[in-house]
Write a protein that binds this ligand. Structure first.
Ligand code: AMP
Ligand code: FE
Ligand code: FE
Ligand code: ZN
Length: 283
């Protein structure tokens, strides 16, 4: 049987709209045979997702997605098979999550000057214990009838050049690669296209990240253009990195469909070979 491997998705443990169990059910319906859950700064969905995957006969790859910043540019790093209880990793995730809360309050305060929106409205959109992000503010703006959907909320009010935008703390990608490796995990640069185009994620920086322990590049992702995918594939070749692809599914919060991009089985095998902080279950 051929494997359909989609290892990068988000549940209500962060900014996705499906519960971890519902997400795995939807993955099965979409024909995915190995699903990865990579919530922002959270492993809270692993247990429920893993249990549902086991009951449906799907493979499961536990992961996280960590926000990093380099010279002001946002760079996301996937961490597969980390030990989420590793002290240093857990502390850093805690710092980023705490900062996200303060930042969300600041953005809501700024928005409240011009729009009828409050902290309570946003809290109503966040599952207990979830990592908070702009998508939750977007959901409150939608619920209040201020914008039509998340896409419009980001386009009109929440993008980085908006007057309502507030930056938030994130460690450097170099630090995060080290944290993930030290927690037994495998670091993979998520949707690197935009950061490469911004001029911040240069070939030299990628070489530094490889020295720090980077394992792979997420090549097949809807935010990477065809030309970018070719460029990333060549970079991966040059540096001996494996290549992945995934949907980055966020439920109804984004148009991304489960299984729209997938990872070669050889790359999944490489993740399993390199990672030892937690266990993947293969079908
Ligand atoms: P934050 O983590 O608060 O900086 O928000 C970034 C998150 O917002 C990303 O992880 C995406 O899931 C989501 N996001 C970014 N742009 C959009 C968009 N145009 N539509 C829907 N979600 C988006
Ligand atoms: Fe997200
Ligand atoms: Fe991301
Ligand atoms: Zn993501």
């Amino acid at each position: 049987m051929t494997s359909i491997i989609d290892p990068h998705t988000h549940s209500t443990a962060s900014d996705g709209t499906d519960s971890p169990a519902d997400l795995v059910r939807a993955a099965a319906v979409a024909g995915v045979t190995v699903i990865g859950l990579t919530d922002h700064e959270s492993a809270d969905g692993w247990e429920a997702a893993g249990a549902m995957a086991a009951s449906l006969g799907l493979g499961f790859v536990p992961g996280i997605e960590l926000s990093t910043k380099l010279h002001g540019a946002s760079i996301h790093m996937l961490g597969y098979l980390v030990d989420p209880d590793n002290i240093d990793l857990a502390a850093e995730m805690g710092r980023v999550r705490d900062a996200r809360l303060i930042r969300a309050r600041q953005m809501i305060e700024a928005l409240a000057v011009d729009y009828d929106i409050s902290l309570d409205d946003v809290n109503a959109q966040i599952a207990e214990g979830a990592t908070v992000g702009r998508p939750h503010i977007a959901d409150a703006l939608v619920a209040k009838g201020i914008v039509a959907d998340r896409t419009a909320a980001f386009r009109e009010l929440l993008h980085p050049r908006s007057r309502y935008y507030v930056t938030t703390f994130a460690p450097t990608p170099h630090e995060v690669v080290g944290l993930i490796r030290n927690a037994g995990g495998v670091p993979v640069l998520a949707h690197p296209g935009r950061a490469v185009l911004s001029g911040r994620l240069t070939d030299a920086v990628i070489a530094e990240l490889v020295d720090a322990g980077l394992g792979g590049l997420e090549v097949w992702h809807r935010e990477n253009s065809r030309d970018m995918q070719e460029h990333l594939r060549q970079l991966a070749d040059k540096h001996g990195l494996f290549v992945t692809g995934a949907s980055d599914f966020h439920g109804t919060g984004k148009p991304n469909r489960l299984g729209e991009n997938t990872t070669p089985v050889e790359s999944l095998q490489e993740i399993v070979r390199q990672g030892h902080g937690s266990k993947a279950v293969l079908p």
